[in-house]
Design a protein around this ligand. Sequence first.
Ligand SMILES: [Ca+2]
Ligand SMILES: [Ca+2]
Ligand SMILES: [Ca+2]
Length: 158
Amino acid sequence: MRFSGSTNFSWLCAIAMAFFSLSAAQGAVVINEVESNPAGEESAFKATATAWLELYNTDDKDVDLSGWSIKNSEGRSITFPQGTVIRAIDYYVQDVRPGWLAQDDEVLVLIDAGGAEVDRTAALRDEDDNEMAWTRDPDGRDTDSTDDWKYLASSRGF
Ligand SMILES: [Ca+2]
Ligand SMILES: [Ca+2]
Ligand SMILES: [Ca+2]
């Protein structure tokens, strides 16, 4: 009997650590910056500019993005190919096709290879045809608040 208490405690520790590892892993990569309206024309046929989004890995370990995807507010997805890796404390930029990023209240969702939601942006509106973009500030800030986001001079890949 004397040992049952510590056994239970060990189990609780194991469960708590499992939860902690899980949440730490899922929180490691965020959608960090979105440029839906770069200076120039990004619509099809006459494009002179390309819209893009940036991921940021807040963890000190590389993360394998193979099979992860980004879904836009129309439900269309971009899936990262096998072998896609985002380095520790580093950025990954994804250019997108014309029109893929809405310039009016776009919400993007990052989904891992198992189909679980990893991150979600605020509703981002960029009607200015210039080099300003929505970014988490500071990079990686994620409190599930619209205050995480600021409209600043774009910083693609850094
Ligand atoms: Ca533009
Ligand atoms: Ca812009
Ligand atoms: Ca950036």
